[in-house]
Ligand binder design. Structure first.
Ligand code: ZN
Length: 279
């Protein structure tokens, strides 16, 4: 499932293709993805020039000079195929720009979505309203982390996955960030230590920046928009590595289920609270 680094990678890959370009044709090959496509999607985008590409949490944002913002959600399997050649069955929406480039939104499982918002109102759009601060943004710091953990009984893993508290973190990068910070995923938020916070505040942006630099991960059916496959998954320390040796201490990586999702961690590097020194 595309997480923040994958969406960032897709938008960075699209920027040189779309920025400053006019949409000459936008064709929807079906009326819906996860939800119905916006009414008059083609009319609102055709003739508009792309001003800026961006990202908020796991949503790609495409701002046009008509005051519209296209909100792209890749869902589980969504991909942006650049100059795809012959269209495939799951190329549901096809964008053509004045530079002769073609981009197809391909989504076999159709958990993705395309929405249009008036740019000025975009932050209040139901998809974007209420999302917490960006972990790579200006509002992210130690004080923010301490604030969202303070007094909470919820496990650290669950807190970091909560999009209302902090934006864009999914299962993979939360597992990796907690590993680097030496925090057991079941540690209640309120019991994370000062030393752990100091490591966590660094490890979250670190894992994201490294993943973006690596071109995004390509688990399952995600690919960077130029077709280049990323390679960050080989650098995962714990995610998906149950039973394999922890890269730090060689203990076998463990897996537990939290809120219906797998948490991977090293029981030695991320000891449960009761065995840890009360430093
Ligand atoms: Zn370890």
């Amino acid at each position: 499932m595309p997480e923040l680094p994958e969406v960032e990678t897709v938008m960075r890959g699209l920027a040189p293709v779309w920025e400053g370009q006019r949409f000459t044709r936008v064709i929807a090959n079906r009326p819906d993805l996860r939800r119905p496509l916006p009414e008059a999607l083609g009319q609102r985008l055709t003739g508009a020039t792309v001003v800026r590409l961006g990202r908020r949490a796991k949503y790609g944002l495409v701002e046009t000079d008509r005051g519209d913002t296209l909100i792209i959600h890749l869902g589980m399997s969504g991909r942006m195929r650049v100059d795809p050649g012959p269209l495939e069955k799951h190329d549901h929406v096809v964008f053509e720009t004045g530079n002769g480039r073609v981009v197809a939104f391909n989504d076999a499982r159709r958990f993705g979505s395309l929405d249009l918002a008036v740019t000025a109102d975009a932050p209040a759009h139901p998809l974007l309203a209420g999302i917490g601060p960006e972990p790579l943004g200006p509002d992210y710091d130690l004080a923010l982390l301490k604030r969202i953990f303070a007094g909470r009984l919820a496990p650290a893993k669950v807190i970091l996955l909560d999009q209302r508290l902090i934006a864009g973190l999914g299962n993979i990068y939360v597992c990796e960030a907690l590993f680097r910070a030496g925090i057991h995923p079941q540690t209640p938020g309120g019991q994370v230590t000062a030393a752990q916070f100091k490591r966590l505040v660094l490890s979250i942006p670190e894992v994201l920046v490294e993943a973006i630099a690596a071109g995004g991960s390509t688990l399952r059916d995600h690919a960077a928009p130029d077709g280049t496959l990323g390679y960050f998954q080989k650098d995962f320390a714990v995610y998906g590595r149950e039973g394999a040796a922890c890269p730090a201490c060689a203990a076998p990586v463990a897996r537990i289920i939290q809120s219906g999702r797998s948490s991977f961690f090293c029981p030695a590097c991320q000891p449960p609270l009761r065995t840890r020194d009360k430093a």
